[in-house]
Write a protein that binds this ligand. Structure first.
Ligand SMILES: [Mg+2]
Length: 381
């Protein structure tokens, strides 16, 4: 592959045998500022009608908006039409966790959380803000926000049966307090803590990035930092580890399986019969983009060695590890079958090293909840 070779894709006039997985932050934009070369590069990937010449999926750990909104932003930024089916947010695999879709779940993060949750299939999402309104005695760190008149809530909320962490919230102290309350009361945060709170109700988390690159000279707190806070508070109070039902977003294998599914779907929609053999993952973060792609490459190459027949055994087991319980049964069979038919042979990484991100001496991926990678698929760093 040589994008800047003598012939462009449109001149080659051959069916693509590879697809691209593009990270967004630090690769195409820094904060809200476009990286100029990105627009030029993408002009080389489309034909005269603006249609992509190879399958392209944008894989971001961001999770604070709907796919359509991100697709619109990218279309404007890159000057080529991007559909929402080309966008994968860190929370996109939650579509597969249908076991929780009918249940009342507490959602944490920022942006249009209810819209995002409902778009993913959740029928009864409750925000932290709603919980705070119904239980005004719980959030008292900020003295200015304490209620002036104390009265019991007139409306009872249903039992909260799971917590979904979409991304870093704005008021961390409020979210940390109320999530801990929900975990230590088994879903009834108005009740007193009770000793049989362990194991706690399921927690599903998206985007483990400890830091991320914006316009500032140094990286900024990401959702992983919030998760470290939550894990440590839970451990300090209970003496036990907070365990995730599922972790998703790069570098989890589940994320790459889902991204490959989207790549195959694009190729099928365009009637490209040539199998997609190689995925090129372009990113700027060693510990998410490179680690995740190498992890997935190991998985693909192991599958290739075992032969195509063994692929049916390769169930969608990404996003879990030593601290995550089995999610196989949660994944809808049709999705499982689709994901299990991973067809690519390789996943190659393309690291953009201009970022200040990779010059850091401290880890950007927190070890506390890096529970997915203890098997024999250790990344080739
Ligand atoms: Mg990035």
């Amino acid at each position: 592959m040589n994008i800047q070779g003598r012939k462009s894709f449109r001149e080659l006039n051959v069916l693509p045998s590879f697809g691209f997985l593009f990270d967004i932050d630090g690769v195409l934009v820094r904060g809200k500022t476009p990286i100029p070369a990105a627009r030029t590069a993408f002009q080389k990937l489309v034909n005269s009608q603006g249609r992509f010449l190879v399958p392209v999926v944008f894989v971001t750990n961001a999770g604070n908006c709907l796919r359509q909104e991100k697709a619109d932003q990218l279309s404007h930024l890159l000057g080529v039409p991007i559909s929402r089916d080309q966008v994968m947010m860190s929370h996109s695999p939650l579509r597969m966790f249908k076991r929780y879709h009918e249940k009342c779940v507490l959602v944490s993060g920022q942006g249009p959380l209810l819209d995002i949750a409902q778009d993913l299939g959740f029928c009864q999402p409750i925000t932290i803000e709603t919980l705070r309104e119904k239980h005004p005695l719980l959030d008292v760190v900020d003295h200015e926000r304490r209620p002036n008149v104390l009265y019991p809530s007139a409306v009872e909320l249903p039992k909260i049966e799971a917590v979904v962490l979409f991304g870093e919230p704005v008021r961390w102290e409020t979210n940390l307090q109320l999530i801990i309350d929900v975990l230590l009361t088994s879903g009834y945060p108005g009740n007193p803590y009770w000793h049989q709170h362990h194991p706690h109700i399921p927690v599903l988390a998206c985007n483990m990035d400890l830091m991320w690159v914006a316009e500032a000279q140094s990286p900024r707190f990401g959702h992983g930092t919030f998760m470290v806070c939550l894990e440590n508070i839970y451990k300090k109070i209970t003496g036990k580890d907070l365990k995730y039902e599922a972790l998703m977003g790069k570098p989890s294998k589940l994320t790459y399986q889902y991204a490959e599914y989207l790549i195959r779907a694009q190729a099928a929609e365009r009637h490209w019969k040539q199998p997609i053999q190689t995925l090129y993952a372009v990113g700027d973060n060693l510990m998410t983009d490179v680690y995740g792609a190498n992890l997935y490459n190991r998985y693909l190459e192991e599958n290739s060695r075992k032969g195509s027949k063994s692929r049916i055994q390769a169930k969608a087991t990404g996003g879990k590890g030593s601290a995550a319980v089995s999610q196989d049964e949660d994944i809808d069979n049709s999705w499982e079958n689709e994901l299990a038919s991973a067809a690519a042979a390789h996943c190659r990484t393309c690291l953009l090293s201009a970022s200040t991100f990779n010059s850091l001496k401290y880890p950007v991926f927190p070890t506390l909840h890096s529970v997915n990678f203890t098997d024999n698929t250790a990344a080739q760093m």
